[in-house]
Design a protein around this ligand. Structure first.
Ligand code: GN1
Ligand code: MG
Length: 378
């Protein structure tokens, strides 16, 4: 097992000891850092087992998720609902839902001696994820996966899940935080900071577009995933068909538009959100067409006329919002998102701002794609 310096500071107990809290007779043979999450610490545990060979072990970031018990309760309510539904009406293709694994004392969370919270989730075997889409072959599958996810929870009343992350995806609140940080810090002017500052101040009049639609009842409160970026969609390694949507930390009441926007801003950026070449970032409308086609093939069953009207705005807004969140975190001294170097969040912000610009410059085309798909799906 490779233990990095970072992992040694995780707690007093070894990662194996922590993993063993969630096993019964199986022996833990390995624990490796896993994935590229910006908030929690994630590990893949390997077991000496004839049945389940892996599971995902995570240390929950309680600076972000202040009530980890509620996060786990939401996750259990949602996954049990979906499993129940799939049992009653089986999907006509492989589709899996991650399971929350319990400790020996049947708890869904374990606290180590430093007070850190750990949890374990089943691993979707024989599956993989992608950080970027290079061509449109997988795009429809990404959209299908989000549609399937929304469809499977569309009959679970939103009030069944708690609000575990207040203000999440409420863009006007992110703007407020940005203004507060700006008032407190005196960032050294640089071309990048000036670009970011101007970028935000040129777009103040649209930050509340989705919240206004929610407040006036144009868009209904629904359950959402909260973070359906494309590497949270798992693909069968052999067939390359989508088989699951993972990372259920942020499932809670919200707007499906946050998810649609998030999925498209991540899926239609071939350079990926971690690229260092931000000036070349663009929004690929072929990928957009593919993802939306896959999404609407499932989601047309529950979308309303108004829902369609706000899809373009959602793509633009959630991309802008993530840029604003990264930019604010950079100005605040990198307190929310994990970073590899001090300028990391600034680089990430510029990528999202450039992507927003590309979305804006292709507004007519994107709206046309939505309109055409709506007619086909009618
Ligand atoms: C964070 O940790 P991760 O990578 O699953 C963030 C999302 C962002 C994403 C950008 C709770 O998700 O909102 O879209 O980074 N999650 C939270 O990569 O803030
Ligand atoms: Mg996440």
């Amino acid at each position: 097992m490779k233990i990095t310096e970072d992992m040694q500071t995780l707690g007093v107990e070894s990662l194996v000891t922590i993993a063993e809290q969630f096993t019964f007779s199986d022996r833990v043979t390995g624990v490796q850092a896993f994935g590229s999450g910006n908030i929690n610490d994630t590990f893949l545990v390997t077991l000496d087992s004839a049945t389940e060979k892996h599971f995902v072990l995570q240390r929950i970031n309680t600076q972000v998720f202040r009530q980890p018990e509620l996060v786990m309760r939401n996750m259990r309510t949602l996954t049990e609902h979906v499993r129940d539904r799939l049992q009653r009406t089986p999907a006509n293709r492989r589709w899996e839902v991650p399971r929350v694994l319990l400790t020996k004392n049947t708890q869904d969370i374990w606290q180590d001696s430093c007070g850190y919270y750990w949890r374990a989730i089943s691993f979707i075997e024989n599956s993989q994820s992608f950080d970027t889409l290079q061509d449109s072959s997988l795009a429809a599958e990404i959209g299908y996966a989000l549609g399937m996810f929304h469809n499977l929870i569309s009959d679970l009343p939103p009030e069944k899940l708690a609000d575990t992350l207040e203000g999440f995806h409420i863009t006007p609140l992110y703007l407020q935080q940005y203004n507060e940080v700006l008032a407190k810090t005196q960032p050294q002017p640089s071309p990048e900071i000036n670009y970011g500052w101007k970028f935000v101040s040129d777009r103040l009049n649209f930050v509340s577009i989705l919240e206004d639609a929610k407040a006036t009842g144009k868009l209904p409160l629904r359950l959402m995933h909260g973070d359906p970026k494309i590497n949270n969609v798992m693909f069968d390694t052999a067939t390359h068909k989508a088989v699951s949507v993972i990372d259920l930390d942020t499932v809670k009441p919200g707007l499906v538009h946050y998810d649609i926007g998030d999925c498209l801003r991540s899926g239609c950026n071939p350079a990926g959100e971690e690229t260092e070449h931000w000036t070349g970032v663009y929004f690929d409308t072929d990928l957009c067409q593919g993802i939306l086609q896959g999404y609407l093939s499932v989601a047309q069953a529950f979308l309303t006329e108004n829902d369609y009207l706000y899809i373009y705005d959602a793509i633009r807004l959630i991309t802008f919002e993530l840029g604003l969140r990264f930019f604010t975190d950079y100005l605040a001294g990198n307190i929310y998102f994990k970073v590899k170097h001090p300028e990391h969040n600034l680089a990430r912000a510029l990528v999202q701002f450039k992507l927003t610009e590309s979305i804006e410059s292709q507004e007519t085309k994107i709206r046309q794609i939505i309109q055409d798909l709506r007619i086909i799906n009618k």
